[in-house]
Design a protein. Structure first.
Length: 253
């Protein structure tokens, strides 16, 4: 399994959270930043430091991968501090972090092989989005975790990824499912169960339908894209939605 983990704290200490995506490393494109996860973590942590949040995200991601039966794990983190401490090259001094470090090392003993490496924040954006979701909308964060747990290995809904031509797209929140699966009656992320929503009256739509209907992205001449949403009440800060141009104007999907 490949684990991308990230912690967030608004203030140091301040309201904190942990986010992680657990990805089947054997799937094509598994190491792409927006690879579809088999499970996600989006957990509010109360008032904590940023380093506490980063370490907690690692521990929760490792525990979830172990629960899924992983024998090998590859950790990808945007915190160089945590990577160096995990690899034993830098010392852990703060008492609460020492406890989390020990917890992570104990979980790692359950795997036959593990690695950890540092990558920039841009490649860890999915975990970052989940951490922010946990701060901005805890109920939605719980639904995100529960939705993936319920679907198991087939849970391929993504938060923040680009529109996939081979995916169903929720007309309310933009979450995606592969066309090979029957889309659920109610979206597990936004819980919208209306049958007719969005421009064109479609509950679940596809990129092909959007293109066929003549939609054009407001910011690109050819390719549909994504924009960050921070002011729309139905979107949590840090989530993304598809913005398409229609004859009636720009519409959020």
């Amino acid at each position: 399994m490949l684990i991308r983990a990230d912690g967030a704290a608004r203030g140091n200490p301040g309201p904190a959270s942990a986010g992680a995506v657990i990805i089947d490393a054997d799937r094509p494109g598994a190491r792409e930043p927006d690879a579809a996860p088999v499970a996600v973590i989006a957990r509010p942590l109360g008032i904590r430091t940023n380093n506490f949040a980063e370490w907690t995200a690692v521990v929760l991601g490792l525990e979830r991968a172990a629960e899924l039966g992983a024998t090998e794990v590859e950790l990808v983190l945007d915190s160089k501090l945590v990577v160096e401490q995990l690899m034993g090259r830098w010392r852990v001094k703060e008492p609460t972090l020492i406890a989390l470090h020990g917890q992570a090392r104990r979980v790692l003993l359950r795997f036959t092989r593990w690695t950890a490496r540092h990558e920039g924040r841009a490649s860890n954006r999915a975990a970052d989005a989940l951490a922010n979701l946990a701060l901005d909308d805890p109920p939605a964060a719980r639904r995100a975790e529960a939705g993936h747990a319920a679907e198991g290995q087939e849970a391929l809904a993504t938060i923040g990824g680009g529109p996939d031509p081979e995916a169903w797209i929720c007309a309310t929140c933009g979450v995606q499912y592969p066309l090979s699966l029957e889309p659920p009656a109610a979206c597990p992320i936004c819980e919208d169960d209306r049958q007719y929503v969005g421009w064109g009256g479609q509950r679940w739509t596809t990129m092909a339908k959007l293109v066929a209907a003549g939609h054009r992205n407001h910011f690109a001449d050819e390719e549909p894209g994504l924009v960050s949403i921070g002011t729309q009440p139905k979107f949590a800060i840090g989530q993304r939605a598809l913005l398409v141009g229609t004859p009636q104007g720009n519409v959020l999907w």
